[in-house]
Design a protein around this ligand. Structure first.
Ligand code: ZN
Length: 180
């Protein structure tokens, strides 16, 4: 088995590619299962790792994963439970016209943060990791995540869209890494 994968940083070419769809019959294959397991491991290794897209571990595939446990903590309105959510070949079906500037960061853009105008509600259709079709609506943080992660699959990074960008201070980074 390969070691746990690194999260690639913003200059990596793979972050700028349009990621490839996963053939539906391959969703439960060992190769794709391994990619998903590696994504989860890379995400959970980061204290602030609330979501990750496959290109962020160097795989140009249309997959993203959301950490249910961190989502619950960060957004009390989320009632989905602590399990990780997996979205394969996701397509955003609806975005609310209502938008808000939301603060955003990215595991591949250490340690910049910015404000991005995002729809406050979004719905998505995708396949889950068992190859079942799913359809899900979201508001708040999960709606923001849907937009941030599907952008990754198009080769778009939040800094392309952010209106303001700032760098987290060394103290703030240390504080964040202490949090459990
Ligand atoms: Zn990101």
């Amino acid at each position: 088995m390969k070691e746990k994968r690194e999260i690639v940083q913003r200059d990596a070419a793979v972050l700028r590619e349009k990621a490839k769809a996963v053939p539906v019959e391959e969703i439960t294959s060992p190769r794709i299962r391994k990619v998903i397991a590696d994504m989860k491991a890379a995400m959970h290794a980061q204290k602030d790792g609330i979501a990750i897209a496959a290109p962020q571990i160097g795989e140009s595939l249309r997959i993203f994963v959301v950490a249910g446990d961190l989502l619950e903590k960060a957004d009390p309105s989320y009632k989905g439970g602590p399990e990780d959510l997996v979205f394969i070949n996701p397509v955003i079906e609806k975005l609310s016209r209502d938008k808000k500037e939301m603060e955003e960061g990215c595991l591949s853009v250490r340690w910049l943060y910015g404000k991005v105008n995002r729809s406050t509600r979004a719905s998505i259709k995708a396949y889950d990791e068992n190859g079942k079709k799913i359809s899900r609506g979201a508001s708040g943080l999960l709606a923001q995540i849907f937009q941030h992660e599907t952008d990754h699959l198009e080769g778009v990074i939040f800094t392309d869209k952010a209106r303001e960008l700032w760098e987290m201070s060394a103290e703030e980074i240390a504080e964040l890494q202490r949090k459990g």
